[in-house]
Design a protein around this ligand. Structure first.
Ligand SMILES: Nc1nc2c(ncn2[C@@H]2O[C@H](COP(=O)(O)OP(=O)(O)O)[C@@H](O)[C@H]2O)c(=O)[nH]1
Ligand SMILES: Nc1ncnc2c1ncn2[C@@H]1O[C@H](COP(=O)(O)OP(=O)(O)O)[C@@H](O)[C@H]1O
Length: 204
């Protein structure tokens, strides 16, 4: 039977840079895990594409997916639903590939219960003031939403103890290197060879 892949969960407070780090990771050639595209009821932002950034759904469609148990986890976050399609995760792990989720902290805790063997990485800001800077400079939120997100961020940062690793997002490329190093180390610790090294071991 094929060895199951590793479920990698990257989480952390809003505005810390999860999306930015994830996009950088997946633009790099030596990233050997598969990204699970989430479902959301949030409206697409400028430049976002359905099926690439998210699967954009109506609230009715999303609630239908919840009732059909099609989501590995879901959360309501700042007025919108977000969730991870379970079929993609199961299929990809069973093919022996690592799956990468980039999700907020309530969802990450649900995944921890369902997949205690997953690898949980908390992305942390260098400081709270830098976190606020990032949310403000992104410019996608109103002042009320910024204050909401900062309030949530303080509650979310307390949860970092529940994770296997904390990675500081001081510089995006450095954060990516740390995440890749953790994944390789974790494969070794679990006595499996990371997919990117398997081809080195193939004998002609
Ligand atoms: N629980 C959960 N959170 C998600 C999922 N997909 C994205 N998120 C999180 O939802 C939050 C809001 O995402 P988004 O609206 O794209 O804004 P941004 O990432 O803060 O720019 C972020 O913390 C995402 O990491 C998901 O499938 N499940
Ligand atoms: N290491 C970093 N240094 C400076 N700015 C960053 C860094 N990482 C992300 N940012 C910026 O912070 C803002 C929030 O990043 P984003 O990826 O949307 O966060 P999240 O997905 O965690 O909500 C964006 O404007 C992004 O360009």
């Amino acid at each position: 039977m094929k060895e199951r892949g590793l479920l990698i969960v990257l989480s952390g407070p809003s505005g810390v840079g999860k999306g930015t780090v994830r996009k950088e990771l997946f633009s790099q050639e030596d990233t050997s895990f598969e990204y699970s595209i989430s479902m959301t009821t949030r409206k697409p932002r400028e430049g976002e594409v359905d099926g690439i950034d998210y699967f954009f759904k109506s609230r009715e469609e999303f609630e239908e997916l919840i009732s059909q148990n099609k989501l590995l986890e879901w959360a309501e976050y700042v007025g919108n639903y977000y969730g991870t399609p379970i079929d993609y995760v199961e299929k990809t792990l069973s093919e022996g590939k690592d799956v990468f989720l980039e999700i907020e902290v309530q969802g990450a805790l649900q995944v921890r219960n369902a997949f205690p063997e997953g690898l949980f990485i908390f992305l942390s800001p260098p400081s709270l003031s830098e976190l606020k800077n990032r949310i403000v400079t992104r410019g996608t939120e109103t002042e009320e939403l910024i204050n909401n997100r900062m309030k949530m961020a303080k509650e979310e940062i307390v949860m970092m103890d529940a994770y296997d690793y904390v990675v500081e997002n001081d510089h995006v490329k450095l954060a990516c290197e740390r995440i890749k190093a953790i994944v390789i180390a974790e494969h070794c610790r679990r006595e499996r060879v990371a997919p990117r090294y398997k081809k080195i071991l193939e004998v002609e």
